[in-house]
Design a protein around this ligand. Structure first.
Ligand code: SAM
Length: 208
């Protein structure tokens, strides 16, 4: 499928190879999911993108490929080793000048972005799932009107329907979805996906 749809290029392939070589976990978005991020960023004409959860920068590069030529991405990553690998990958792909990687817990970085009065027209949430309810609250503070909101791993093999799940990631997603129900500023849907990363899905929304 990826070949038929001409998905992937030298920068993206090199990022995956470098991630594996440096021992990063293979939890990046899949190539087809990454292409969806590229297309969504392009459809939005995104100029300022916030990503929570960089890993090795695979999804960052996908987003950069879709944003406007003068666009900027701020991406938040907790693990210095992941951030260092992402920095290499993003530079190799040609986006070093357009991407800022902020190292540290996202819940410490997000208030700083807010204090700096930064705003974003595209926000991708893909870090530690138990904190998703906090991330969506910060997304509401940092989103410009009409911003696109995307969150990954919201289906988790259907386990998200299990209210008794003891998995904190599942409970984080459940609380996140409950917040979406209550929050009138967000108009959202869930896109379920099946592929090399199993049965999972995205929340896709607009912040009014
Ligand atoms: N978006 C990446 C991609 O598709 O290429 C994958 C991100 S991976 C699923 C999640 C990343 O979030 C990991 O690199 C992890 O170290 C980072 N992370 C986990 N907890 C975090 C936190 N509290 N603050 C910032 N980053 C965190």
């Amino acid at each position: 499928m990826t070949e038929r749809l001409r998905i992937g290029d030298e920068g993206l392939d090199a990022a995956l190879a470098n991630n594996r070589q440096k021992g990063l976990p293979a939890i990046d978005v899949s190539p087809t999911q990454g292409k969806l991020l590229t297309l969504l960023a392009r459809m939005k004409g995104a100029k300022r993108i916030l990503e929570i959860g960089t890993l090795g920068g695979y999804s960052t590069i996908c987003l950069a490929q879709g944003m406007s030529d003068t666009g900027k991405i701020v991406t938040l990553e907790y693990e210095p080793k992941h951030a260092a690998c992402a920095k290499e990958n993003i530079a190799f792909a040609g986006y070093a000048d357009q991407v800022d990687i902020i190292i540290g817990p996202a819940l410490e970085s997000l208030p700083i972005l807010h204090e700096q009065q930064q705003s974003f027209d595209f926000i991708f949430i893909d870090a530690d799932k138990p904190n998703n309810p906090h991330y969506v609250k910060w997304a509401l503070k940092l989103a410009s009107p009409g911003a696109v909101l995307v969150a990954d791993n919201v289906i988790r093999d259907g386990e998200v329907l299990n209210r008794h799940s003891t998995d904190p990631r599942v409970q984080g997603i459940r609380t996140f979805v409950e917040l979406l129900e209550q929050e009138e500023r967000i108009e959202a849907t869930a896109i379920q996906t099946v592929g090399e990363k199993g049965y999972d899905g995205f929340i896709l929304g607009i912040v009014h």
